[in-house]
Design a binder for this molecule. Structure first.
Ligand code: NDP
Length: 433
């Protein structure tokens, strides 16, 4: 804790995982101590930090900082997204990279944990500026990544446009046409259903969690935060499953549409016009827009935080419980604070942690890697069916792990244990490295 005291998000993520691993640690204490397994687990294999100079539209040189953490490759090549947001620094990248180890393990696919990004803010930048930044970013990062080494993807601020620019530059420098990035466009190696995967996967897992607790998602009212990739496709799938999503948000404010969010309108605002969620009123004048926070004050049955870390705090959790919310599943990474998570669990709310609930994105990225390796493309239905099966399996694996360690229904502990076991076994088998 002392060594990483300037990285509170990283400490928060490690604390949550290690505390819930206690029963496994106790059962294997001698081995883990002898091998310093936990010490090796919480220390990244390596962390790159680099300068990213680029020229803006006025001809001025801008300098941002780029990061990539290669956390653990015990079960496969490093894999994890790139985040472009002004808040990015080592603490954010390390928390995300650490979580990614267990998430990737939970998918059942051979991928290790990594993460990266920059404090670059794509908001308000022209396409040319974004391209200039992406090219400079990859001109340094290309040295450390590769289809069998480390395979970055998107995250906050990084979508198809950014991945395309980075892929083009990687190819120009290395001459390699390989699956070094996922989330690529469909004409150059991308996978069908990758765009939808995180949001869809979140709903597949939520649906299974409800089913296994004698409930049903059909007819339920859902509150969702964020209005980016995860939030949009979570909304779409929730509607397909017969639920009604009534909120979305961005960092400026939030909308409430009691009739149910119009997904086509949100897609046009966010994906085509790159606008703000406030613009929703132009499409649905009867909806309500409020500045600032507030999504979790709405009466709902299910809450799906899909924006960013620590966006759902203790007060929000109290409000959700008071309003009768009975299930929370995290589309974003670590959106719920530790206190809020505890409160929700204590009050009987079904709680699916992000490392399980949002694993559909990286799982489908791994399916993209498979398609790139065999130089084939699967149909949307094929990928979607695999995604659904993966999410159902994840839920049962973490639910079984919770049962095995006598904490039935504690899906946070279950997810951490199920994700950890495979990585720990692989680390032990591979000796000290
Ligand atoms: P996007 O950039 O597409 O959207 C992010 C959304 O969250 C935007 O609406 C954004 O609003 C909002 N947001 C971001 N930062 C903040 C903040 N500090 N305060 C309030 N709102 C904020 O990202 P994604 O949808 O891809 O990612 C959302 C979450 O899901 C992240 O936690 C990410 O790590 C996680 N995730 C994403 C996966 C993926 O496949 N994309 C996979 C697994 C997890 P604004 O426009 O105002 O910034």
């Amino acid at each position: 804790v002392k060594k990483n005291s300037s990285e509170p998000e990283f400490i928060q993520a490690v604390k949550e995982v290690l505390e819930s691993l206690r029963p496994v640690i106790d059962a294997n204490e001698e081995t883990y101590r002898r091998e310093a397994l936990l010490e090796r687990l919480v220390e990244p294999d390596r962390l790159f930090k680099f300068k990213v100079p680029w020229v803006d539209d006025k001809g001025n040189v801008q300098v941002n900082i780029g990061y990539r953490v290669q956390f653990n490759n015990a079960i496969g090549p490093y894999k994890g997204g790139l985040r472009f947001h002004p808040s990015v620094y080592t603490g954010i990248i390390k928390f995300l990279g650490f979580e990614q180890i267990f998430k990737n393990s939970l998918t059942g696919l051979p991928i290790g944990g990594g993460k990266g990004g920059s404090d670059f803010d794509p908001k308000g930048k022209s396409d040319r500026e974004v391209m200039a930044f992406c090219q400079s970013f990859i001109t340094e990062l290309y040295k450390y990544i590769g289809a069998d080494v480390d395979v970055p993807a998107g995250d906050i601020g990084v979508g198809g446009r950014e991945i395309g620019y980075m892929y083009g530059q990687y190819k120009k420098i290395t001459g390699l046409y390989e699956g070094v990035l996922t989330g690529k466009g469909l004409t150059y190696g991308g996978s069908l259903a990758r765009t939808e995967a995180t949001g869809y996967g979140l709903l597949y897992l939520t649906e299974e969690m409800l089913k296994c607790n004698n409930n049903d998602i059909k007819g339920k009212v859902v509150a969702i935060s964020g209005s980016g990739n995860v939030a949009i496709y979570a909304t779409q799938k929730a509607h397909q499953l017969g639920a009604k999503v009534v909120t979305l948000s961005d960092s400026n404010g939030w909308i409430y549409d009691p009739e149910g969010i119009d997904v086509a309108a949100v897609k046009e605002i966010k994906e085509v016009k790159r606008g703000r969620i406030k613009d929703y009123l132009n499409y649905r004048p009867n909806a309500k827009y409020t500045e600032g926070k507030g999504v979790w004050s709405v009466k709902c049955d299910i809450a799906l935080p899909c924006a960013t870390q620590n966006e759902l705090d203790l007060d929000d959790a109290k409000q959700l419980v008071a309003n009768g919310c009975f299930a929370v599943a995290e589309g974003a990474n670590m959106p719920t604070t530790l206190e809020a998570t505890e409160y929700l669990q204590k009050n009987g709310v079904l709680f699916a942690p992000g490392k399980a609930a949002n694993a559909g994105g990286v799982a489908t990225s791994a399916l993209e890697m498979t398609q790139n390796s065999e130089r084939l493309s699967w149909t949307f239905e094929e990928v979607d069916a695999k995604l659904q099966q993966i999410m159902v399996n994840i839920f049962h694996n973490l639910s079984d792990a919770a049962d095995r360690y006598n904490v039935p229904g504690n899906y946070v502990t279950g997810a951490n244990i199920a994700g950890f076991e495979k990585v720990a076994t692989a680390m032990t088998a591979q000796g000290i490295w």
